[in-house]
Write a protein that binds this ligand. Sequence first.
Ligand SMILES: [Zn+2]
Length: 286
Amino acid sequence: MPELPEVEVVRRGLERWVAGRVVADVQVLHPRAVRRHIAGAEDFGARLREHRIGLVQRRGKYLWLPLADNRSAVLAHLGMSGQLLVQPQDAPDEKHLRIRIGFDDDLGTELRFVDQRTFGGLSLHGTTPDGLPDVIAHIARDPLDPLFDDAAFHEALRRRRTTVKRALLDQSLISGVGNIYADEALWRARLHYERPTTGFTRPRTAELLGHVRDVMNAALAVGGTSFDSLYVNVNGESGYFDRSLDAYGREGEPCRRCGTPMRRRPWMNRSSYFCPRCQRPPRVVS
Ligand SMILES: [Zn+2]
């Protein structure tokens, strides 16, 4: 699954290459790719045609293209392997091309949704007064959003009887933090993933949020170097994952701070990577 920095890179690419253009034609090549659009492929195309794409938006890992003039938006579900590509019209079709969107101008490019495993797709939704697609109205702001409320997040952490990694992955508290960036931020903050949040002090929450923002911004800086081309791509891969991870995927390798071998534990059908010395487990696991 792509995480927030990868999705933001795609958003910037779409903003540059697609925003402001008017849809001329929509071709759905595989019905599964619009299965979340209940009224079907034909309706999906009809509702997009002749509408202008507005400024491309993101919240957490959700990405959408608002239609500038009718209070609706195309929500992109990238799933495991979904890609949004801006390609020259005469470029050969990708093997797993699912949806093609052409524009009413002479820029010579079109938007393509390509998805090998077809878990992803596009769907059209009404928008809330805030401009969010109605189906994601419950998703909290992400930590890179200028309007994210640090104090409210701290209060919510203390109120909720939960543990720190669960809280970081709870999209109703804070969005866009996935398993990888949670492990990275917790390692930097020297917090064990099972640490209860009820006793968190304001400075501890502030420090944790600071680390979450740092790992995301670092990944964004790396991913952001590759979007300056016509090719807009997301598939969950990023150079950042190979080069810069301190915790995730490092089982058995020495902690970069203290040299202790890193550990991996199963956690909610996933894994948690941590340093047993820097990130001591809490005495009582809630
Ligand atoms: Zn360590």
